[in-house]
Design a protein around this ligand. Structure first.
Ligand SMILES: Cc1cc2nc3c(=O)[nH]c(=O)nc-3n(C[C@H](O)[C@H](O)[C@H](O)COP(=O)(O)OP(=O)(O)OC[C@H]3O[C@@H](n4cnc5c(N)ncnc54)[C@H](O)[C@@H]3O)c2cc1C
Ligand SMILES: NC(=O)c1ccc[n+]([C@@H]2O[C@H](COP(=O)([O-])OP(=O)(O)OC[C@H]3O[C@@H](n4cnc5c(N)ncnc54)[C@H](O)[C@@H]3O)[C@@H](O)[C@H]2O)c1
Length: 478
């Protein structure tokens, strides 16, 4: 006789314990709503284990080494500290371990969430199968994330290629790392490994960071080249061969085919939504190679199911996963109408200098608003703090529309990620450019670069004949 499967009937069943799923589960549980959370792998998902946290820990290690190299400009002897890469690996995993309790089963059970550690698959539109348990909730939240999309390149499967899932497991510094893909993953890791001492070659089909403003990307490109990262743009990986420690590639570029050898190869050519084995068809949930189909309220084609985070494609960032989660909570718990608004979502690539964008780039704004767009910019070279710290590379670009509406802000420079947070607040609050121009920033801070750019909005008034006439009258009044 087969045992009857256990049946759970919570209000919400969340599939995936990454940034998106954990946020929904924690918020719902804190409101006293019964939640089942299903996770087949590591709690914390990609951000904690194989994404943001390890990559930023690696970048931090690289920055420590880089500081020694900057000495001479300050009258301090340059140093090239030796790298104990096993120690860097230890540092990365200590950082993960320090954050892990926040995402742990223990914490979530403590909040009252029922956590199931197994693979989830739909049995029908209302029921999920998790091992020998059936879950039939009022609402599903699918938050299964994404995985590295590996291109069908001849021979790639025959070599031990790295992805974000394996690269942070390295305990020895790669001698020559071949990075395939010049998106955020590729360039961040390329710069970090180069600064730690690897030779690095980036192979990119088009241009690096192609979603960003080309004027800002140019500054990042120069910084990568100055570090000694070999950038092969308009170059496609065509064939891979060799073996562990001796990888051989054939690439195609305008001048023809070329062979490039390295010790390791990292594939960073984009993401694919994680839908495998979920049996979405059985639940009537539509999806494509880009992601699970959702409307602007993040509802799938099954009225009981929402999909949030990386698995829906589009902007794939931890803070976007959190934003989706907050919308899903508002909709499920409070039955409020919600709509995803992508115009105010920031993104930052943690190169040195950092490159960030919120809202429309100049090109996107011109496409929509034509010549009603005004671009206000200020270079970091005009900022006293940047001068004192010898970090004068970069600029901020503010794109404004009719009546001083801020349409977007792009920035490349030291601390651009932190500086962009203020713009995120400004855009959320619908602040006009005149408010930014009149705020008082502490001196000397890098944040004054924002004000310097914003003040440009009034530059035309300096020569306005009417304004000059009024000033003349006021002067005569004594
Ligand atoms: C190298 C790298 C660096 C990054 N750096 C940044 C950064 O600096 N800033 C930033 O904002 N973003 C960054 N990102 C992106 C960020 O990591 C993702 O956008 C974010 O983690 C997505 O969260 P998620 O919850 O949607 O998915 P995930 O974190 O992938 O979580 C999905 C979870 O679902 C589980 N799951 C999948 N299918 C099933 C199933 N059938 N049953 C049960 N469980 C299942 C998975 O095991 C996984 O744990 C980076 C990504 C990479 C690769
Ligand atoms: N700082 C951050 O917030 C951060 C950091 C890393 C990743 N992420 C997230 O992860 C997502 C994925 O990043 P990604 O860099 O993997 O993907 P991506 O899609 O941004 O970039 C992939 C790049 O690979 C290139 N490419 C594709 N196939 C190729 C081939 N065969 N040969 C050579 N080049 C090829 C593409 O032209 C593209 O430029 C990002 O969009 C972002 O959402 C965020």
């Amino acid at each position: 006789m087969t045992a009857c499967p256990k049946l759970l009937t919570p209000d919400i069943c969340v599939i995936g314990a990454g940034s998106a799923g954990l946020t929904v589960a924690a918020a719902a549980a804190q409101f006293g709503v019964p939640v089942v959370l299903v996770e087949k792998g590591e709690m914390g998902g990609e951000c904690l284990n194989t994404g943001c946290v390890p990559s930023k820990a690696l970048i931090a290690a690289a920055a420590v080494r880089q500081t020694g190299r900057r000495g001479p400009a300050f009258g301090i002897e340059a140093t090239e500290p030796a790298v104990d890469y096993a120690g860097v690996h230890r540092h990365i995993h200590e950082v993960i371990a320090k954050i892990a309790p926040h995402d742990s089963v223990e914490r979530f059970e403590g909040l009252g969430v029922t956590v199931l550690r197994d693979h989830a698959r739909f049995r029908d539109a209302r029921t999920l199968e998790v091992g020998d348990t059936l879950v039939r909730p009022r609402r599903f939240v699918i938050a299964t994330g994404s995985t590295a999309a590996v291109p069908p390149v001849e021979g790639l499967e025959t070599v031990p290629y790295l992805t974000n899932e394996t690269v942070f497991g390295l305990t020895e510094l790669p001698g020559h790392l071949l990075v395939v893909g010049g998106g955020p993953v590729g360039v961040e890791l390329a710069q970090a490994y180069r600064r730690l001492g690897s030779e690095v070659t980036v192979i990119e089909t088009g241009s690096i960071l192609s979603r960003d403003d080309p004027e800002l990307v140019e500054v990042a490109r120069e910084a990568l080249s100055a570090d000694g990262v070999r950038l092969l743009e308009n170059t496609t990986l065509a064939e891979v061969g060799g073996s562990a420690g001796a990888i051989e590639t054939v690439v195609e570029m305008a001048s023809g085919r070329r062979t490039i050898a390295g010790t390791h190869i990292l594939v960073a050519t984009g993401r694919a939504p994680t839908v495998e084995g979920l049996d979405l068809d059985k639940a009537g949930i539509a999806y494509s190679a880009k992601g699970i189909s959702v409307n602007r309220g993040l509802r799938t084609t099954n009225r009981r199911a929402y999909a949030i985070g990386d698995c829906v494609g589009g902007l794939q960032f931890t803070h976007v996963a959190g934003y989706h989660a907050s919308l899903a909570i508002r909709s499920i718990l409070f039955r409020l109408p919600v709509k995803v608004d992508t115009t105010r979502l920031p993104r930052v690539t943690y190169l040195d200098p950092e490159l960030g964008q919120i809202g429309l780039t100049e090109a996107q704004a011109r496409e929509i608003h034509g010549d009603r767009v005004r671009v206000l910019s200020a270079p970091f070279s005009g900022n006293d703090r940047a001068r004192a710290e010898r970090r004068t590379e970069g600029l901020v670009k503010i794109v404004t529309g009719p009546r001083g509406r801020i349409l977007g802000v792009g920035m490349v420079g030291a601390g651009a990620g932190e500086l962009l947070a203020g713009w995120s607040l400004a855009l959320s609050a619908g602040v006009k450019i005149s408010t930014v121009a009149s705020h008082v920033a502490p001196y000397p801070t890098l944040s004054e670069v924002n004000k310097a750019a914003a003040i440009g909005y009034f530059s035309e008034s300096l020569t306005n004949p009417w304004l000059r006439r009024i000033l003349g009258v006021l002067r005569r009044l004594g």
